[in-house]
Every structure is written in structure tokens, then in C-alpha cells.
Design a protein around this ligand. Structure first.
Ligand code: DX5
Ligand code: ZN
Length: 219
């Protein structure tokens, strides 16, 4: 079943508790937590303390996306805050094997992420070491941008490689994802849809989750 991971960057932070509980009650599968340092990306978001707060509110899987220039400095902090998966960017560590192993050794799932201007060839050699591949369909800095079409080719190339090599790596897509483009993104090969604005700006959150869970990949 296709998973949906609402991105907490898009919540109304004046009602954080209610918003997180609303996502839980909507039937969402994961919480996608965007950690930004204002250096690797222009925006600054939040850190381990907020992840720990969300972990107290929700029992859902916490998918922590590190948009940091030195992600390896914070693996343990985010694991201790409750992260179930940590993803960092290939742009920061072109050979991510050592850091993927460090995350795995912490007992949580490990993933890499690539921006829209990176290529499938840059990540394919490392997919056998990954539990998760996060394909950015926008340049990460703020939510609410529109999905960049070229990312579909990257998704499809990685899907083909994962299937041909029987790898366990899930493909997650992040940025500008909505109920309107979900089928296209799934047909390209996604297993998980990260949805920020399209989910948290909606009053029909349960309906969005149910519609995503009904989607199947058209081969
Ligand atoms: C920054 C983050 C995304 C973003 C998604 O780009 O990596 O997860 O919060 O938000 P939407 O779905 O609004 O593009
Ligand atoms: Zn993200």
C-alpha cells in the first residue's frame, strides 16, 4: 500500500499538538520532519527538541529529513529524540556509505536524498545500503512549491534498478506532492508520498489519506 507522510513544516505551529494528532487520526502512515540549517538550504526550521515533542504526541513513524551541511553531527541527537529513519543529502556526502552505516548501527532506518538537479546515477550505486531514497521534486527550502517534472525520470530509473536488483529500498517523493499529481508520481515508482501544504492546508485530511491508500501503480 502506498504510504503518505505529512510534512510537519506545513503545520500551523500555534496548534502543533492538534495538527499532529489530526494527521494521526487521518490515518497517515509517517510524520515527515524537515530539519533545515539555513546553510545547506536558505531556510531554518527546527531541531531535535521539536522532534522529541512530536514523538511524545504521536506514535507514528518519524521520518527525519536532514537538510544540513554536516548531518553526521546530529544522527545520535535525532535518534535519541525519536527518529525512526534519518535521511541526509547526497550533495553533502557523494559517497554516503559510511554515514548510512552509522545510522543503521544506531538501530534506525537509513536513507539518502537528492535534489532535482542531481541524477539517478549519483545515488544508484548506494541504494543497496539504503532503507529509503528520498527524491526531491522541489529544491528544498520552503513548502508550497510546485513539483518539478524532471524528478519523475529519476524516480523511474531508481525504481527500475531497485526492482531489477530486488532491493528493499523504499522510494519517497518530497515537494509539491498533492492528490492531483499523486497517481503520476506513483506510476513513476514512488512508494511514499511526502505531502506538506496539500495535506495541512486541507480540511479533508482523512479523505486525502484514504485516496492515497487506494492508489495503485499502473505498470
Ligand atoms: C522542503 C521539504 C519538503 C516540504 C514539502 O522542501 O523538504 O518536505 O516541506 O512541502 P510541500 O508538500 O508543501 O511542498
Ligand atoms: Zn522533506
Amino acid at each position: 500500500m502506498i504510504k503518505i507522510a505529512p510534512s510537519a513544516l506545513a503545520v500551523d505551529f500555534t496548534k502543533l499538538g492538534e495538527e499532529i494528532k489530526s494527521a494521526d487520526n487521518s490515518g497517515a502512515d509517517w510524520h515527515h520532519l524537515d530539519i533545515m540549517d539555513g546553510h545547506f538550504v536558505p531556510n531554518i526550521s527546527f531541531g531535535p527538541a521539536l522532534v522529541k515533542t512530536i514523538n511524545k504526541i504521536s506514535d507514528l513513524y518519524l521520518d527525519v529529513h536532514l537538510m544540513l551541511s554536516e548531518p553526521e553531527k546530529y544522527f545520535e541527537d535525532f535518534k535519541n529524540a525519536g527518529a525512526d529513519a534519518i535521511t541526509f543529502h547526497i550533495e553533502v556526502h557523494p559517497d554516503p556509505r559510511e554515514h548510512l552505516q552509522t545510522i543503521t548501527n544506531l538501530g534506525i532506518q537509513a536513507g539518502i536524498s537528492l535534489n532535482p538537479d542531481a541524477t539517478a546515477e549519483q545515488v544508484i550505486p548506494y541504494l543497496e545500503y539504503c532503507d529509503l531514497l528520498l527524491v526531491m521534486s522541489v529544491f528544498p527550502w520552503f513548502g508550497g512549491q510546485s513539483c518539478i517534472g524532471s524528478s519523475l525520470d529519476t524516480i523511474a530509473q531508481c525504481r527500475k534498478y531497485i526492482d531489477e536488483n530486488n532491493l528493499q529500498c523504499l522510494i519517497s517523493v518530497d515537494g509539491g506532492v498533492s492528490p492531483e499529481n499523486a497517481q503520476t508520481i506513483i506510476d513513476a515508482g514512488a512508494d511514499v508520498l511526502v505531502m506538506g501544504s496539500a495535506f495541512y492546508k486541507s480540511s479533508e485530511r482523512k479523505k486525502i489519506v484514504e485516496s492515497v491508500h487506494r492508489l495503485k501503480r499502473n505498470k
